[in-house]
Design a binder for this molecule. Structure first.
Ligand SMILES: C[S@@+](CC[C@H](N)C(=O)[O-])C[C@H]1O[C@@H](n2cnc3c(N)ncnc32)[C@H](O)[C@@H]1O
Length: 210
């Protein structure tokens, strides 16, 4: 019962005591994953960059610092109204200046034009998608050919949560997501072990086919 409740809040935080606790947990625990996803994406100053399921907005803050050219633009999507509002608050100056745009929407249906995004990153997000192929196809649709997508995760933590049924089903498995990416027009799909601040994590890379 508790696992199901925690899974619901992790997958879609709501404005509630449980949602607030989850947002505190995400802010305290996931900074390293978010910052490394940004670093591994190889963001260039003039890129258009997209974060999926940004949660409280730490990764967005870190990516925005790298987009120093006038053309550099950052987009975030999250279907939790609570997280959308929290990130809006965190990034309000950058949103007001036009550098950052946040959309309150599902990853599987983003209000973005085809082939417009250079880099996509996300952390702790795909395990909650009901249909990995739908999500992967939508990411591919908005990416420029040759663009890079990176997701970071701590596989040992995810597997432990999955064993307790916090995430139901098998979508948490990297193999399932990597298969969906390959089927949806990505090449060079692979996963690497990484280390940062004495923490071991995994990074999944995929390149949008030309
Ligand atoms: C576990 S939280 C991770 C937040 C942040 N990336 C981090 O690592 O701290 C998952 C986030 O992804 C969002 N999310 C999950 N599925 C989504 C979907 N299909 N479309 C948009 N956002 C989604 C949730 O609302 C939540 O903010």
């Amino acid at each position: 019962m508790w696992a199901e409740k925690l899974g619901k809040q992790l997958g879609h935080p709501t404005r509630s005591v449980a949602g607030w606790l989850v947002s505190r947990f995400l802010t305290a625990r996931n900074r390293i994953l978010e910052e490394n996803a940004v670093k591994l994406s190889g963001i260039q100053p003039g890129d258009t960059v997209l974060e999926l399921g940004h949660g409280p907005g730490l990764g967005l803050q870190s990516a925005a610092k790298l987009l120093t050219e006038p053309t550099g633009h950052l987009i975030g999507v999250d279907y939790s109204e609570y997280m959308h509002q929290m990130a809006n608050e965190r990034l309000k100056e950058l949103i007001a200046s036009g550098k950052v745009t946040l959309h309150h929407c599902d990853v599987a249906a983003m209000p973005l034009a085809d082939s417009t995004v250079d880099k996509v990153f996300h952390c702790n997000c795909y395990y909650f998608w009901p249909d990995l192929r739908k999500g992967a196809a939508e990411i591919r649709r908005v990416m420029k050919p040759g663009g890079l997508m990176v997701t970071t995760l701590r596989l040992s933590n995810v597997a432990a949560f999955a064993a307790k049924r916090v995430m139901p089903g098998e979508n948490w498995r990297p193999e399932a997501y990597m298969a969906a990416l390959r089927d949806s027009g990505f090449s060079d799909v692979n996963m690497e072990d990484k280390q940062s601040n004495h923490i071991t994590f995994q990074a999944i890379y995929a390149t949008a086919l030309k």
